[in-house]
Design a protein around this ligand. Structure first.
Ligand code: AMP
Length: 191
């Protein structure tokens, strides 16, 4: 069973690449951002709560995010492996994920980090915001706040996964195909 964390700043291409990897390696794709947007669309209590954070570019609190993630994994016992996209985003989430997976005799196989500089990412996000309808993509202040959240809360996960020997950096600048190629070469070299 391969379980991959796809890691990177907002706009790094996690969702795009996860969609390719999911079909190539037959993984179940879990995007916590997509799950929250689904709740928002359906106006659930979780959606209303999540929206109050997401619209500002803040992270949603750990416990509700962890619970949602666990429910999703538990609801897919048939999955041959998972690709976690946008989760974990804090050390608390990463620890909860490790504990949860080990209780199910599962583990993270690798964390693949898509690297790109902030200026490229801001341009990508503003461009995406024109078609995605996402409020958090349409305002440069909100985008910068997401980068701050990343720097303060998510970046420490590099050390967390490096200490486990699971952290791999991938150049996230180039065409979508080129980046997919880099990721698949890396995954194939690991297995
Ligand atoms: P994304 O679609 O991954 O860019 O996530 C969009 C927004 O959803 C983030 O800016 C957060 O507000 C929220 N979100 C997604 N995943 C998480 C997570 N693992 N922890 C906390 N908030 C999250």
């Amino acid at each position: 069973m391969i379980n991959i964390v796809i890691f990177g700043k907002p706009g790094a291409g996690k969702g795009t690449q996860a969609a390719f990897l999911k079909s190539k390696y037959q993984l179940f794709h879990i995007s916590t951002g997509d799950l929250f947007r689904h709740h928002i669309y359906n106006k659930t209590a979780l959606g209303i709560l999540a929206r109050s954070y997401m619209d500002k570019g803040d992270l949603v609190p750990d416990q509700v995010t962890i619970d949602m993630l666990k429910d999703t994994v538990e609801n897919h016992p048939e999955a041959k492996g998972f690709i976690f996209d946008g989760f974990p985003r804090t050390t608390k989430q990463a620890e909860a994920l490790d504990n949860f997976l080990s209780g199910r005799s599962m583990t993270i196989s690798a964390t693949l980090a898509l690297e790109a500089n902030d200026d490229i990412l801001v341009k990508r996000l503003i461009k995406r915001g024109k078609t995605s309808g996402r409020l958090d993509d349409q305002d440069e202040d909100k985008i910068r706040n997401r980068f701050e959240e990343y720097k303060n809360k998510t970046a420490p996960l590099r050390d967390f996964y490096t200490a486990q020997g699971k952290f791999h950096s991938v150049d996230g600048v180039g065409s979508i195909d080129e980046i997919t190629q880099r990721l698949t070469e890396l995954i194939d070299s690991l297995y």
